[in-house]
Every structure is written in structure tokens, then in C-alpha cells.
Write a protein that binds this ligand. Structure first.
Ligand SMILES: [Zn+2]
Length: 158
């Protein structure tokens, strides 16, 4: 059983493309989608190249509210997208974090982690994220992000 959304959430509006503010800058970051899942890169300013979201198409707050199909597909999808992030960035590992707080709609942050960058180790990645958000840390190069999205789209369609 799933609780209905009290109001359209930002992620639903992005995915439905139902608001003028959710236009091309979001579409430019969408890598691919199927009936159940959407894969999207973090918007600019992106904390890291390859900072990717795996989200449900349907509005669900978190894993507790997944239907049977979504629950069965989550593991394989996490593996598929995490492997793609690792392949495309060459990172050492891929972190998976889901809060569902900024927008109450399941979206797992899949974060490329490089051992050579200690500033992104474990919870330090949250400090990194906030530093980019505040403009204290340079964001990922938009051209490199666009290239990642292009390559992710090719992987997703294959
Ligand atoms: Zn939603």
C-alpha cells in the first residue's frame, strides 16, 4: 500500500515535465528511463562528474513503499547503474545513498568515489556536496558532465 502524494513533488514534476521551471536543464541531465526507473545526472552545479540518481517513475517516498515489481528490480537496477558509473568514470567504487528528504520521492544517489580524492571519502562527501552548493568548492566541469550523460545514454539504450 502506498500513501498518495500530498502535492506534486519536485521529482514528479521533473519527470512529468509538467512545470515550466522543469524544462531543458533537467532533460539535459536525463540519461534514460523505462516504465519503472529514471536515471539522471545531478544538475549543475554538480558535485562530481558521474553523480547520478536512480529514481522510481512512480511517486514513492522510499524503499518501504515500493511495490513488488519495483522491489524486485531495485537490486538489478542498482547493479546496472552503479556498474555504468564505474565504467564511465573509472572510479574505485560507487556509493549509494537515499534520503528522500529534499524531495520525498525515492532517488538513490550513486556517487563515484576515487581513492585518490580523500575529500570525498565516506561522510566527507556530504561536506564536499555542501561546499559545492555554497560555491566554496568548484563544481564538476559542465562539459565533462554532458559527455558523461551522452555516454550513459548510449549504455542505457544498449
Ligand atoms: Zn514524486
Amino acid at each position: 500500500m502506498t500513501a498518495p502524494a500530498a502535492r506534486p513533488c519536485d521529482i514528479c514534476r521533473i519527470q512529468d515535465r509538467s512545470g515550466p521551471e522543469f524544462g531543458t536543464r533537467f532533460e539535459a541531465m536525463e540519461c534514460w528511463r523505462d516504465e519503472t526507473w529514471v536515471v539522471r545526472h545531478h544538475l549543475a552545479p554538480a558535485p562530481l562528474v558521474g553523480w547520478t540518481f536512480l529514481g522510481t517513475v512512480r511517486h514513492v517516498q522510499g524503499a518501504a513503499d515500493l511495490n513488488d515489481r519495483e522491489a524486485a528490480e531495485l537490486g538489478p537496477m542498482l547493479r546496472r547503474v552503479s556498474r555504468a558509473v564505474r565504467t564511465l568514470t573509472g572510479c574505485d567504487r560507487v556509493y549509494a545513498i537515499a534520503f528522500g528528504q529534499g524531495a520525498p520521492h525515492l532517488h538513490v544517489h550513486l556517487i563515484p568515489r576515487f581513492d585518490s580524492e580523500p575529500g570525498t571519502a565516506a561522510w566527507s562527501v556530504a561536506d564536499w556536496y555542501r561546499a559545492v552548493e555554497r560555491g566554496e568548492q568548484p563544481p564538476a566541469d559542465p562539459a565533462a558532465v554532458a559527455d558523461f550523460v551522452e555516454r550513459m545514454r548510449k549504455l542505457g539504450s544498449g
